[in-house]
Write a protein that binds this ligand. Structure first.
Ligand SMILES: [Zn+2]
Length: 344
């Protein structure tokens, strides 16, 4: 590792809690789109008090829990589109608004949009919406698509100056049903995350753009350090002897002197990303966890997380992760979490 490459131009600002507090803002979720309101003809029917056959008067669900609202509307044959909205003072889970309005007469296959209070979106964490925060700040995000086509079982120190060594780049996991390689899954998700982040004005550096490379985990961390990344995001998929195990987990560095200076920021980023990916995908939430044994963490001088996007040893997640649509959904979740973290 070249000497003196620990200065992180934007990272220093991003790590300052004072700076963070002063720049709390939400940048991701725009205000929910209001649906086209009910045609006037139906409104006049409602006013007349008669409900034609095959139609139904929309009940009021504001103030109910989302579950109660879904049950009531579902019982009337109405479909429900639930959108999260900043909770503010409202109890999380409570319905804030509905469209069409109560009393409207609609067909039985109509979709009712309900906005429910959520602490995980919008300005619930305080501050105003500022979609250009990331663009203005010129944040740099380094993304490492985990693994590569072939393992490199050569050894490298587990951290700077360490006697203990670890494999330079372990073999990827393979899908139990599809046979797909973790290296390929990670690369495709990384491309999609890059697109999302660049659309918000972040500068993105990938550690690799093909599977036919040979780059160790320490070398990848060095790439993140040298580009002055505000956040280094490692993308993996899990594998386990228990084929039933599935879900998303996000790791962060903790528990040794190499990473003491980046643990707090990394943990914050891991929690944001974990929550966001779980919300977006509906995958099981395996939580976030600190690790002290990963060279890819211990060589990093910038906040870093590792997202386990699902288990390739589980038939369901293997097959979900094989589709472009699900990879894109995972990527949107990762990008949203990264942007929330950067804009804090
Ligand atoms: Zn992996």
């Amino acid at each position: 590792m070249a000497a003196g490459i620990v200065v992180v131009i934007f990272g220093a600002a991003a790590l300052s809690s004072g700076w963070r507090a002063a720049h709390r803002m939400s940048i991701l979720e725009p205000a929910p789109v209001t649906m086209v309101s009910e045609p006037t003809a139906l409104a006049s029917v409602a006013a007349s008090g008669s409900v034609p056959a095959g139609r139904i008067e929309v009940p009021s669900v504001v103030g109910m829990t989302l579950e109660e609202a879904q049950a009531l509307l579902g019982a009337g044959g109405l479909a429900v589109r639930a959108l999260a909205s900043p909770a503010g003072e409202t109890t999380p889970g409570a319905v804030l608004e509905q469209d069409p309005a109560p009393g409207t007469i609609v067909g039985r296959d109509t979709t009712i949009t309900v906005w429910y209070a959520s602490t995980s979106v919008g300005s619930a964490t305080g501050g105003s919406n500022d979609p250009d925060a990331v663009r203005r700040a010129r944040f740099v995000v380094c993304i490492d698509p985990g693994h590569q086509e072939k393992a490199d079982l050569g050894r490298e120190p587990i951290g700077p100056g360490a006697k203990q060594t670890t494999a330079k780049c372990a073999a990827p996991a393979y899908g139990v049903v599809t046979g797909q390689s973790e290296a390929e899954v990670a690369l495709e998700i990384a491309f999609a995350v890059r697109r999302e982040l660049e659309a918000h004005g972040a500068r993105v550096v990938l550690t690799r753009t093909t599977n036919a490379v040979d780059i160790s985990n320490a070398e990848r961390a060095r790439i993140a350090n040298e580009c002055g990344a505000d956040l280094y995001v490692r993308i993996h998929a899990g594998s386990d002897t228990n084929g039933d195990l599935r879900g998303v987990r996000t790791l962060y560095p903790a528990g040794n002197e190499w990473v003491a200076g980046i643990t707090a920021a990394s943990r914050t980023a891991a929690r944001e990303i974990q929550r966001s990916v779980v919300n977006m995908t509906g995958a099981r939430d395996l939580g976030s966890a600190g690790r002290n044994d990963l060279a890819g963490f211990n060589w990093s001088r910038v906040p870093v997380v590792l997202v386990e996007c699902g288990y390739l040893s589980n038939p369901i997640e293997d097959q979900r992760l094989a589709t472009a649509a699900y990879r894109a959904t995972v990527a949107r979740g990762i990008a949203a979490g990264v942007l929330h973290y950067l804009a804090k």
